[in-house]
Design a protein around this ligand. Sequence first.
Ligand SMILES: *Cc1c(COP(=O)(O)O)cnc(C)c1O
Length: 481
Amino acid sequence: MRYLSTRGHADRKQFCEILLEGLAPDGGLYLPESYPQIGTEALTRLRDVWQSQGYAALAFEVLSLYIDDIPRDDLKALCLKTYTPEVFGTQAIVPLKPLQAAGHAQPDLYLEALSNGPTLAFKDMAMQLLGNLFEYELGRRGESLNILGATSGDTGSAAEYAMRGKAGVRVFMTSPNGRMSPFQQAQMFSLLDDNIHNIAIEGVFDDCQDLVKAVSNDLAFKRKYKIGTVNSINWARLLAQVVYYFAGYFQATQNNQEKVSFTVPSGNFGNVCAGHVARMMGLPIDRLVVATNENDVLDEFFKTGVYRVRGTNDTHETSSPSMDISKASNFERFVFDLLERDASKTQAIFGEGLSRLGYFDLSGDPRFVRAATVYGFDSGRSTHADRLKTIQQVFAHYGVVIDTHTADGVKVAKEHRNPQVPMVVLETALPIKFAATIVEALGRQPERPPQFDGIESLPKRVQVMKCDVDLIKAYIRQHCD
Ligand SMILES: *Cc1c(COP(=O)(O)O)cnc(C)c1O
């Protein structure tokens, strides 16, 4: 399997080459040259693998269709090491929970639990694999990597928990000092591993991002200190997420003639893009419903054909903060497919077009309607008031407490239900991570998994720093030499 750039660069690369890279050299995103097709027989075999051997074996089967430059035994060992009940909390790894009201013959919806990993958000599903892949590939090459990132919560902690103790990898993670929830701070700052560095910047999240950009733009420094990232455009992260669409499908159906729809709480379009890939492979997915919060860039596109990047003043701070985005960094992958893989058109609208105009408009393009008709996309948005109401209703009807992001999903899923087709909502975080809103909705604290008892009082290691590029470079130098 070889990979190409959405903007038409002539290079074709192998999986391990793009594993440690971010964007393609022309600024595009990597995609496989074609999607491997899963016919009826292969789907039956995969269902059998899932049922008899479980998630890790299923992950190996799916990943091996896309990765041919890691020996199969090694890839299998990496999957088995990653997806264990010890790390992900249950034997099923991604158990499906029916939401069924008393007296109803069928569940109204299903929740697919993706958030029982170490940081209680779905990003662990991909990041844990990435940690093991990085360690493997860096070891093979005899290289090392320093991951520099900026986080306001979920991504940074998922990256740190995935990379802790991994040979050849160091993490330097900046976050805005004092602005994460106490739980999130405790999660990150209580990691005492030598290769994990938490840097609390005196400023806001944008300051952290600007610092990371400034360091990465110093090409000499970047090369010398082998600075890399783990952001959501990484193809390996997306690929790891394809697997749980298969696992969700097998749990919601009895046989391969049935279809399933998924609703996905979305920000950067990484999660639902993995659903698109699964559907392109032939997994019988009916609809892929994109749920946004008040930051509705994506809902606007699917409704109107206009994609309009938001400015800083236009980006809302919401109670589902991991979906607070101004642009959706993975969206280019889907648009490339929608435009029948027309790289020059993709280059024109995402390259100069977007940076000059701040938007593009496909409403007049005959291919736009295919987003819904051929690719199965629907969308909806949710507000703080909807979120509170949904959390209350789900608790009242089913006795289940859901987090704020999952609530956005449930709200939108209800608007798109078809009684003939099971609807699976991806549960992207556990409520304890966003306790303040749960208390606002239900008047009580969410349940805390026992392994997190008392984490706020654990010893912490964090370096508070002024927002200054030279200071952070000096810090990196000091800890690499
Ligand atoms: C990151 C995140 C999302 C959004 O996922 P994308 O892949 O960026 O669309 C949704 N919910 C939670 C809890 C997250 O951490």
